[in-house]
Write a protein that binds this ligand. Structure first.
Ligand code: MLT
Length: 302
C-alpha cells in the first residue's frame, strides 16, 4: 500500500481520486508522497523513502527545493489550477482601489439605525465617489498563467494592458495573453501605468524588487497590487510611498505586521486561491501528478 501524507488542508476532492493502492497517513515518516498547500516545509526532516511532494498551488517557496534536489525528491506544483480564482480577486482589488467600497459599506453599517438612511445617501455618494478603470493603463509584471488571465480579463474591462515577463519570450507572452496591447519593458510599465500588478514567483531576483528606487520610477498616484508574495515588495518603502501619495493604494493579499498597519493599504488574508473551484482544481492536479509519478515514473510538471 502506498502512503500519502497531507501536510495541511488540501481539498478532499483531490484525495478522493486516490485508488485502492493508496492510503492517507498522518505520519510523514512513512509517506511515499506529500500533498501540501501553504505550510512551510523548511524545518521538516524528510523521511528516507519520500519520493515526491506536490504543492497544491503555484508558488513553491514553502518547499526547500535544494534539499529535495539533493535527496532526489521530485517537487510538483499546479500551474494554472487556481489562476481563475486569483484573477477574480485581482479584479476585486482593482475595484476596491478605485471605488470606495470599503467606505460605503462602513457608512451603511454606521448608519444602520437611521430610519431615513435611504434619503441620506446623497452625502455618501459624494464622500465615497471613485473613478473607473476603463481606459486606464494596467501593467502586468509576470505573464504566467495568472498574469495572462489578469491581462486578458482587464483588456475585456476596457483597460489598456501592458505586459512584461522576464522569463518568457515575447512570442510565448503573445500566445498566453492574446488581448494584451503592449508587450514591453518593465521600465515602460513603471513610467506609463496607472495600475501595476505583480505576478512573479518568489526567487532571489524578485525579493524586494519593488523598492524605493523602483517606486520613484512609477507614476505619481499609481496603484500597486501584489497577489504574488509579500517579500517582492519592500514594505518599509511602500509605507513611505503611501504616506507621500506617490502610491495611491497598495492592494496586497498578504497580511503581516507591516502591511496591516500601512495607511492606505488594502490588505486581504491570502484569499486569491481560496475558492471551492480553485482548491478542487489544485488538489486534483496535485494528486494526479504525484500518483502518475509514484505509479509510472511520469513527471508531468515539476
Ligand atoms: C499559490 O501559490 O498558488 C497560492 O499561495 C495558493 C494558496 O493560497 O494556497
Amino acid at each position: 500500500m502506498k502512503k500519502i501524507h497531507c501536510l495541511n488542508a488540501v481539498s478532499s476532492c483531490g484525495t478522493s481520486l486516490l485508488t485502492e493502492d493508496y492510503t492517507l497517513t498522518d505520519d510523514i515518516k512513512e509517506a511515499d508522497g506529500v500533498l501540501v498547500r501553504s505550510a512551510s516545509m523548511h524545518e521538516l526532516e524528510f523521511p528516507q523513502g519520500l519520493l515526491a511532494i506536490a504543492r497544491a498551488g503555484a508558488g513553491v517557496n514553502n518547499i526547500p527545493l535544494d534539499e529535495c534536489a539533493s535527496k532526489g525528491i521530485v517537487v510538483f506544483n499546479t500551474p494554472g489550477a487556481n489562476a481563475n480564482g486569483v484573477k477574480e480577486l485581482v479584479i476585486a482589488g482593482l475595484m476596491l482601489a478605485s471605488r470606495d467600497i470599503e467606505g460605503g459599506i462602513r457608512w451603511c453599517k454606521d448608519n444602520k439605525d437611521d430610519e431615513n438612511i435611504a434619503k441620506s445617501t446623497e452625502a455618501a455618494k459624494k464622500a465615497f465617489a471613485g473613478y473607473e478603470i476603463r481606459g486606464k493603463k494596467l501593467g502586468v509584471i509576470g505573464l504566467g498563467a495568472i498574469g495572462a488571465e489578469v491581462a486578458n480579463a482587464c483588456t475585456s474591462l476596457g483597460m489598456e494592458v501592458y505586459g512584461y515577463d522576464p522569463y518568457i519570450s515575447i512570442n510565448a507572452a503573445w500566445k498566453l495573453s492574446r488581448n494584451i496591447k503592449h508587450i514591453t519593458s518593465v521600465d515602460t510599465i513603471y513610467q506609463e501605468c496607472d495600475y501595476i500588478t505583480l505576478h512573479l514567483p518568489l526567487i532571489d531576483s524578485t525579493k524586494g524588487m519593488v523598492n524605493k528606487a523602483v517606486l520613484d520610477r512609477m507614476k505619481d498616484g499609481v496603484v500597486v497590487l501584489n497577489f504574488s508574495r509579500d517579500i517582492l515588495v519592500n514594505e518599509d518603502d511602500m509605507a513611505e510611498a503611501l504616506k507621500t501619495g506617490k502610491v495611491k493604494r497598495y492592494v496586497t493579499d498578504f497580511p503581516n505586521p507591516k502591511s496591516v498597519h500601512m495607511e492606505g493599504a488594502i490588505v486581504i488574508p491570502h484569499l486569491g486561491a481560496s475558492t471551492e473551484e480553485s482548491e478542487d482544481n489544485c488538489a486534483k492536479m496535485a494528486v494526479e501528478e504525484i500518483v502518475d509519478y509514484i505509479d509510472n515514473g511520469n513527471i508531468r510538471n515539476s
